[in-house]
Design a binder for this molecule. Structure first.
Ligand code: SF4
Length: 93
């Protein structure tokens, strides 16, 4: 682990997403967390997607999704972004 600060999407986008549910919730939204099992990672990402599903600024965040840099990873607007460009959507249930 690098020890560097981790950020949830709202922490990065700040004023563009007021009231975002992920504010202060890092590393739940990170692509990879050091020492985490595959099962633990999948459960964590599913939780993050569920948080997105209840987020009051989901629509605004989804609109920003297309503008994310290729290096962005993790959960954004209910979408899991892996390896920079590969993306998958998880159920919001
Ligand atoms: S939709 Fe998800 S990633 Fe986007 S601001 Fe809300 S909680 Fe954060």
């Amino acid at each position: 682990m690098s020890g560097s600060k981790v950020w949830a999407p709202a922490d990065l986008l700040g004023p563009d997403l007021p009231c975002a549910s992920c504010a202060g919730q890092a590393p739940m939204f990170d692509d990879v967390v050091a020492g985490e099992s595959l099962e633990g990672r999948e459960a964590r990402l599913a939780c993050a997607v569920r948080v997105c599903g209840r987020c009051p600024v989901f629509a605004e965040c989804r609109a920003l999704l297309a503008e994310l840099p290729a290096a962005a990873t993790g959960v954004w607007a209910g979408v899991v972004i892996e390896d920079g460009r590969a993306r998958r959507r998880m159920s919001r249930a």
